[in-house]
Structures are given as C-alpha cells and as structure tokens.
Design a protein around this ligand. Structure first.
Ligand SMILES: Cc1cc2nc3c(=O)[nH]c(=O)nc-3n(C[C@H](O)[C@H](O)[C@H](O)COP(=O)(O)OP(=O)(O)OC[C@H]3O[C@@H](n4cnc5c(N)ncnc54)[C@H](O)[C@@H]3O)c2cc1C
Length: 382
C-alpha cells in the first residue's frame, strides 16, 4: 500500500494551486460582491485541461482519474470553493456527455465543453423535489422533431449564467425509469430564469430557478437513451460528492494554515496566542481530523476509480465526513481569530459560509447516512 502521490499527481496539485493563488484568490472577494465569476476565467482553466478533467483522452479530455481530479478541486478551493465547485458541476456535465452521449451529441457539445467556451449547468432539483429527486415533475413531451420541455428547476448553480443546461425531465411514466436527460442551450425559446437567489455562501456563483415553458429541443439533444436520465444523473453524483468533499478539504486546510500564522502574531496576556496549550490542542485536533479526512477521501476516490463494489458507500461516507470536518475546522479557525475572524478582510468568514452548503447539496448529509446505513444492513444480510 502506497499513500504517497506520484510525481505527476503532485504536479497536478501544484499547478492547480498556483493558478488558484494567482488568478482566483486575489479576486475572490470582489467576485463574491459582484455575484458573478468573470466568464473569461473558464477558458483559462480549460487551458490547464480542467474543462474535461475525466473526459476520455480519445475524446479530447484530460482523462484523469477521480483521485487526480480531487487534487485539482482541493488545490483550487484554497483560493475559492465557490469557483472550484462551479468547475466541478461543469465537469460532471462534460463527463455525462462523454460517457452516455451518442457520437453525434459528443461531436456537437464536447469540444466547447472541454474548451469551456460553453459552460454547462446540471438541473435535477425542482421546487417540490430535492432529496427525493426521482419525484421530479418537469415534462418532456414528444414532438415531431424532438421534445417540448415544461417545468421548473430549482437552485440551479449557474442558472441564467451557463451556456447550456443538462435537464432531467419526465418523458415517460412515474418513477426513475420515466426520466430522460436532455441538453438545452441558452437562448432556446421558452427558456427563462428566476430571480437571483440571495444565499449565505457561494455568492460569486449565480443560483436561479431554470424555467421551461414549451421549450422545444431537437431529438438529437437527448442524452443517451430515453428513460435512462435518472441513472445518468446519479452516475455523476458519486464523483461529484468526492469533488465537493475536496472543495471542503482544500478550503479548510487553507483556513488552518492562515490560523497557524495568525496565532503566531496575535498576542494576549503577554504572549502570542499559539503559546496557550488549550489552543495548541485545538490545532492538533484540526490537523488530525483534516489528515484523516484527506486519507479517507482519497481512499473513496480510489474505490471509485477501481470500480470497487462498495464505492458508492465509500463516496457517501467520505462526503459526510469530509464536508462536516471541513465546516467544523473552518468554524474553529474563525473562533481562533477572535473578532477578526468575523471580519471579511481575514477571509475565514467567507470559508465558513461557503463550506456550509457542502453538507446540503450533491445529496444532503442525511441522505449520505441513508446510503451508508442501507449498505450496512444489506451487507449484514448477505
Ligand atoms: C447553493 C445551492 C446550489 C445548488 N445547486 C444545484 C444544482 O446546480 N443543480 C441541482 O439539481 N440542484 C442544486 N441544488 C439543490 C440541492 O441538491 C438540494 O437542495 C438538496 O438535494 C436537498 O434538497 P431540498 O433542498 O429539496 O431539501 P429536502 O429534500 O426537502 O430536505 C429537507 C431536509 O429533510 C432531510 N431529508 C429528506 N429526506 C430524508 C430522508 N429520507 N431521511 C432523512 N432525512 C431526509 C434532508 O436531509 C434535509 O435536511 C443546490 C442547492 C443549493 C443550496
């Protein structure tokens, strides 16, 4: 068993980290204030191969493993988890097109997805269905030349900002088998957006409802097979959960590094606060928990890469554990900064706000516990 990164993996991490520190971190607060990430950053990320991280090389992607991809998200999140998470959503869509799309659909959309000239958003959640996603109601009626979509998607990251949307809609009967996935381009007649959601964190990333009103799309925009959309949507989520965990890990690690430096400068009662043993013990606990989270995340990614039978269970356990550890660590770092931690200038309060949603999306952490406990009970019976 070898826990070390390869030279190539270290290079990937360092490249992403350097890009984040140079091109994202200095602007993260301004982008948060303006509520938008400049679109020009995406092709820059694509030049590093980050537009199709795990799209197969023969299809123009970087062909990285899921473990390699977690390194990219961990490194970029040190600069801004909101930007890194938007990149993760785009990559989830690109991978769905690569894995399930026909040759024609891949030829139509993959090049612009990989170059990030076209940013993709993922639309599963609806106002009436979140955790119970298979209960979605958006209709996809069959027309002479394709489908007509009608319904509302809620909480869409990049809603009204992305260039194309993968929409999960009901083309057939009730339940998961009645759901198909289709691509709707921005500007399609009948596609509109709700107001910008006013959120706690991830503020640089616009979140809006995506509304479809008799929105006609050609048959060729069906992703893969009719009735398989829910399976495709779920297939992307194991890896998405690893990415979001990596985002928590990288941002929390950055907060801990900043806290270590701060505690060596800040004085109270005649000494720097890093001299108080109670606080040293908190540092020790945070370091231990983050290292445990990192090893666990990489093990889950390795399980997914190697097609282990229990990969879904491990991805769910990692998502629950790493995102909660990340939030707890960031919150502790805020506390160790005292009142300054509460001020935006120190960067910690943004991390606390940004990481909170990682416990909610890509399946809430309650749903992660459900996946794990179901697996445990069924393993017991075999
Ligand atoms: C900032 C942000 C960005 C998002 N981006 C996207 C996106 O790009 N695309 C997209 O499709 N969706 C997106 N979402 C939606 C997100 O995936 C959902 O919010 C999430 O799946 C939870 O659904 P819900 O909000 O409807 O909560 P609900 O499903 O209503 O859950 C409410 C509570 O009940 C709990 N619960 C529900 N069922 C069970 C159960 N069986 N057992 C125990 N507890 C249960 C939940 O864990 C939660 O605590 C985003 C959400 C946010 C906040």
């Amino acid at each position: 068993m070898d826990f070390a990164l390869t030279d190539e993996q270290s290079t990937i991490f360092e490249m992403a980290h350097a890009f984040g520190q140079e091109r994202i971190a200095p602007h993260a607060r301004a982008w948060e204030a303006s509520g938008e990430i400049p679109k020009s950053i995406w092709p820059e990320l694509a030049e590093l191969g980050f537009g199709g991280l795990y799209v197969r090389e023969e299809n123009g992607g970087a062909g990285l493993s899921r473990l390699d991809a977690t390194l990219v998200f961990e490194a970029l999140s040190a600069a801004c988890p909101s930007v890194a998470a938007m990149l993760s959503i785009h990559n989830m869509c690109a991978a769905m097109i690569d894995k399930f799309g026909s040759d024609a659909l891949r030829a139509k959309y993959l090049p612009s997805a990989i170059s990030m000239d076209r940013l993709f958003a993922y639309c599963l959640t609806e106002p009436g269905s979140g955790s119970d996603a298979a209960a979605l109601k958006t209709r996809a009626e069959v027309t002479d030349d394709g489908f007509s979509l009608t319904g509302t998607k809620a909480f869409i990251s990049g809603g009204g900002y992305a260039d194309a949307y993968i929409i999960m809609a009901r083309s057939d009967g009730e339940g998961p088998k009645g759901i198909s996935a289709m691509i709707v381009e921005d500007g399609t007649k009948g596609l509109s957006f709700g107001a910008l959601e006013d959120k706690m964190g991830w503020k640089s990333q616009p979140t809006r409802q995506v509304q479809l009103d008799n929105c006609n799309i050609p048959a060729e925009n069906l992703l893969g097979e009719r009735g398989q959309g829910f399976t495709y949507a779920m297939a992307g989520l194991d890896g998405g959960r690893l990415n979001i965990s990596a985002c928590s890990l990288g941002a929390a690690q950055n907060a801990l590094t900043a806290t270590l430096a701060y505690m060596g400068e800040r004085t109270a009662f005649g000494k720097t606060i890093d001299q108080f043993q109670a606080l040293q013990f908190r540092l020790a606990d945070m370091e231990t928990e983050l290292q445990a989270a990192r090893v666990f995340l990489r093990q889950a990614a390795w399980k997914l890469d190697t097609g282990a039978a229990d990969a879904t269970k491990f991805c769910a356990m990692a998502k629950r554990f790493v995102t909660e550890t990340g939030s707890k660590t960031a919150n502790q770092c805020l506390q160790l900064h005292g009142g300054y931690g509460y001020l935006a200038d120190y960067g910690i309060e943004k991390t606390v706000r940004d990481l909170r949603v990682h416990e909610i999306l890509e399946g809430t952490n309650e749903i992660m516990r459900m996946i794990v406990s179901r697996a445990l009970l069924s393993e017991r019976n075999t």
